[in-house]
Design a protein around this ligand. Structure first.
Ligand SMILES: Nc1nc2c(c(=O)[nH]1)N[C@H]1C(S)=C(S)[C@@H](COP(=O)(O)O)O[C@H]1N2
Ligand SMILES: [Mo]
Length: 198
């Protein structure tokens, strides 16, 4: 069958890639709980602190000099939009944790503006999460979390903390901003873990 048979060419959507209760969007909505911070890059640092033998920090230049990877993934927001084939470039959390002596099982991402979100450390390891600094091949826009955001695409998008400045490693779990307001503690879109109790 020719592509022209159906008229205008449309992207082929693989419904198996859309979690339950989600619909596709072609736009890129902005969801922020407060104003967009604008931290100058010469004042930006990224720090891993808490249950680690020693805290480690990178300046912006040091962070950008780390090996990064570009990859394509789908993102799923708890407000029910999903966006397929988004292209990100960033530094794997594995790269940031390499060489550290870590006794923690939990992580809390903290951000300029005060937003936090908690993720089991295991979900940030194994090439599952990056600190992204570019989207679609260009520096990440401030409204989408630039200069850098966490990206943990296998969980609902509220776990992908914008304007991230560091990760606190913890022995115990501690709910973040939305988790304290009743969002699910873990947030697996395939299990529809939207709210506490789901
Ligand atoms: N710092 C910070 N990160 C955040 C948020 C926020 O309000 N502040 N919102 C979260 C939510 S609920 C979603 S759905 C996504 C939205 O990212 P976007 O604005 O790039 O679409 O960012 C997440 N990360
Ligand atoms: Mo969200």
């Amino acid at each position: 069958m020719s592509a022209g048979f159906h008229g205008r060419r449309r992207p082929v959507v693989d419904s198996a890639r859309i979690p339950p209760g989600q619909h596709l969007t072609e736009t890129f909505p902005v969801l922020s709980a407060g104003p967009t911070p604008h931290t100058p890059l010469d004042q930006w640092t990224f720090t891993i602190r808490g249950a680690v033998d020693r805290p480690v920090s990178w300046t912006w230049d040091e962070f950008l000099a780390l090996p990064s990877r570009t990859f394509t993934t789908d993102i799923h927001c708890v407000t029910r939009w999903s966006k397929l084939d988004t292209v990100w470039t960033g530094v794997a959390i594995d790269t940031l944790l390499a060489g550290l002596d870590i006794s923690a099982s939990y992580a809390v991402a903290y951000c300029d503006g005060g937003y936090t979100t908690n993720v089991p450390l295991a979900d940030l390891r194994g090439d599952q999460a990056v600190i992204a600094h570019s989207y679609d091949g260009v520096p990440l826009e401030a409204q989408h979390g630039g200069p850098a955001r966490l990206l943990v695409p296998h969980l609902y998008f509220w776990k992908s903390a914008k304007w991230i400045r560091g990760i606190e490693l913890r022995h115990d779990d501690a709910p973040g901003f939305w988790e304290r307001y009743g969002y699910h503690n873990y947030g697996d879109p395939w299990q529809e873990q939207r709210y506490s109790g789901d």
